[in-house]
Each structure stands twice: as structure tokens, then as C-alpha cells.
Write a protein that binds this ligand. Structure first.
Ligand SMILES: Nc1ncnc2c1ncn2[C@@H]1O[C@H](COP(=O)(O)OP(=O)(O)OP(=O)(O)O)[C@@H](O)[C@H]1O
Ligand SMILES: [Mg+2]
Length: 318
């Protein structure tokens, strides 16, 4: 099935709707098909390790089940790592007496808006480029909507920002050449570094915008706010060239739920389910039932994954 043949999956959605559960279920289904899968959690409030009942070290890939590896990354730690790598890159290029000031500037930049996302995106880029030869699929469990959107549209911003920087760099290099070297071009190691980075970003960007390589899933619940927030997120993504094809409608009240309380809830839910089919018309929708318990053991997760597999139409009803 085409849906299960993607290289990269992004799972987004509002807080608490079931993103981590769905990401883990999807990763399990893919692994069960014999694919080697890496599940990456970028959520600051990690629970992927808990779901698989395995203690995970930040930033270290761990094997949790046959064919299934898990990696948790954290934007704050990535941000520090990123800043340190920038400092290291500059260490040999800046005059020793300037280093203190340069570090001060970099530390200031680290507090500017978007820098954690930039660092996280840098790490995701690295994972996609470095790990994709080893894995058939990489599943990204992301932090709640707003955060995710910025991350996913970052390559756009990054492109513009990077081009400006490169352009300025090139100009200053030309001036420098005129002054210093009778117009002979001089090597600019920073320019090389920036250009290298830009090439990496554009490679990943191509993958993220390719419908055959990447699939975006949004998880919602049949309730007002998750629907509104996701509708907005999808518009924003679409205007950035990313089309979300699949919506997982999680926590749909099952038919067997009885009692007048449930009957009332179901009636309330019906309106939302109708709105969902209007708003997300044309998208693939996978319904997942509300369970009478949370998904806390590995067996629970495996049951959920089985149901998920069934619901995406993989297993025929016999
Ligand atoms: N269909 C379901 N039926 C019952 N419980 C569910 C269902 N889906 C998810 N849950 C439970 O709801 C809680 C939240 O799910 P999950 O952690 O997957 O959400 P999330 O979107 O990743 O949250 P966050 O935004 O905090 O990362 C968990 O305790 C999970 O076990
Ligand atoms: Mg989560």
C-alpha cells in the first residue's frame, strides 16, 4: 500500500490528541512489515521511552523491538550542541582577541526567537541525511501544532536567510579580494561552511516536499479545538508547499459504548465528525476508537497498532 511505502513520516496535531500513540503504532506497523524503522521523538515532553518501557538516553538510538529503533531529541540540548558547533567552526577563523566578543554575539543569538527550532531542524536534517541509508522509514513524532508548523516551514525561511547571508559573504569576499590580492579570489572558509549547510538543507527540503518520499499525518479528536487548530495548520502548511494527505481521527466513540451519557456524547460527536468530513474532504481519514483505558503497556500499544493497521485498510475484513 502506497501509504506505507514512504521514507519519512511527520505526525502532527494539537497537544494530547494521540500523536505519540499514533506515531508508535505506525512505526510498529511498518516494522511488522519487515521494514527497518527509526522512530524519532522531537517532543520536549518525551514519552516514547515510556510507551516501549525502555529507558532511553537523549540523542542515542536504541533498539526497542525487532526492526524498530527509537531516538529522542530535545530542542534545548540540540540548541546548546548547535551553538557549540558554531563556536568550534569559528574558533580557527577569528582572531584570538576577537573570540570573546564573537562568543558573546553567538550566545545572544541563541536566545533569539526560532533558534531552538533552527537547532532542532538542523538535527532533523542530519538524521534524515545520515540515517536514511540505514532505515527504510523514519517516523517523526512532533511537538504540538504551532511548534511543528514552524519546524516544517523552516526550510523556506532558512533558504531566504541563508541566501542573504551567502550573498553578503560573497560581496565582502569580493571587496576583500580587491583590496588584498590584486583581485584574485581568496578562500573564504565560512562561505564554504554556509554553502555546505545550504546544500544539506536544500537536499532535505526536496525530500520534505516530495509526495512520494514524505507523508504528513495530523491527528485530531472529534472536538472543536483540535479541528480548528488543525484546519489552520493545514492551510499554513499548504501555502508552504506541504500537503497533508492523512488525518487520523482518534478517540471516536465506538458503537458498543452504551448508556445515556455515551448516547449524548455520540450525538455531540456526530456533528464534529460531519464537520471533519467537510473540512478535510479529499484527505485520507483513519478513524481510531476511544478505548476504555489508556495505552500504557506494550501489549496495549500492539493492540492499538493492529487496529490502526486494520483501519488503514491493510488487513481485509474476513
Ligand atoms: N484512542 C484512545 N483511547 C484511549 N486513550 C487514548 C487513545 N489515544 C491516546 N490515548 C491516551 O491519551 C493520552 C495522550 O496520548 P499521546 O501521548 O499519544 O498524545 P500526544 O498527542 O502525543 O500528546 P502530547 O501533545 O502531550 O505529546 C495517553 O495517555 C494515551 O494513552
Ligand atoms: Mg506526544
Amino acid at each position: 500500500m502506497e501509504f506505507l511505502n514512504k521514507k519519512i513520516y511527520f505526525i502532527g496535531g494539537k497537544g494530547g490528541v494521540g500523536k505519540s500513540t499514533t506515531s508508535s503504532a505506525l512505526a510498529l506497523v511498518l516494522a511488522k512489515q519487515g521494514k527497518k524503522v527509526l522512530l524519532v521523538s522531537t517532543d520536549p515532553a518525551h514519552n516514547t521511552g515510556d510507551l516501549f518501557h525502555k529507558k532511553l538516553d537523549h540523542g542515542k538510538i536504541a533498539n526497542v523491538l525487532p526492526n524498530l529503533d527509537v531516538l529522542e531529541i530535545n530542542s534545548e540540548i540540540e540548541s546548546n550542541r548547535y551553538i557549540n558547533s558554531v563556536k568550534e567552526n569559528l574558533a580557527g577563523l577569528v582572531k584570538a582577541e576577537m573570540l570573546g566578543e564573537v562568543h558573546r554575539q553567538i550566545d545572544l543569538a541563541a536566545f533569539s526567537p526560532g533558534s531552538e527550532e533552527a537547532a532542532l531542524f538542523d538535527r532533523m536534517t542530519q538524521i534524515i541525511l545520515e540515517e536514511s541509508p540505514r532505515y527504510q522509514s523514519i517516523v517523526f513524532d512532533t511537538a504540538p501544532t504551532g511548534h511543528t508548523i514552524r519546524l516544517l516551514t523552516l526550510p523556506e525561511l532558512m533558504g531566504a536567510w541563508m541566501d542573504g547571508l551567502l550573498e553578503r559573504r560573497k560581496k565582502s569576499n569580493e571587496n576583500y579580494s580587491n583590496w588584498m590580492n590584486d583581485g584574485e579570489p581568496v578562500e573564504d572558509p565560512l562561505y564554504e561552511k554556509l554553502n555546505e549547510r545550504r546544500l544539506r538543507f536544500s537536499k532535505v527540503r526536496e525530500l520534505l516536499l516530495s509526495k512520494t518520499a514524505t507523508s504528513y499525518l495530523f491527528v485530531i479528536n472529534p472536538e472543536r479545538l483540535p479541528i480548528l487548530e488543525t484546519e489552520k495548520a493545514l492551510k499554513h502548511l499548504s501555502s508552504n508547499g506541504i500537503e497533508v494527505e492523512t488525518i487520523v481521527v482518534n478517540r471516536v466513540i465506538p458503537d458498543q459504548a452504551d448508556g445515556s451519557f455515551m448516547a449524548k456524547r455520540r450525538k455531540n460527536e456526530k456533528g464534529y465528525l460531519e464537520r471533519i468530513s467537510e473540512i478535510f474532504n479529499g484527505k485520507k481519514r483513519i478513524h481510531m476508537p476511544l478505548l476504555d483505558h489508556d495505552i500504557s503497556t506494550l501489549a496495549d500499544l500492539q493492540d492499538f497498532a493492529e487496529q490502526f493497521e486494520f483501519n488503514i485498510g491493510l488487513v481485509k475484513n474476513s
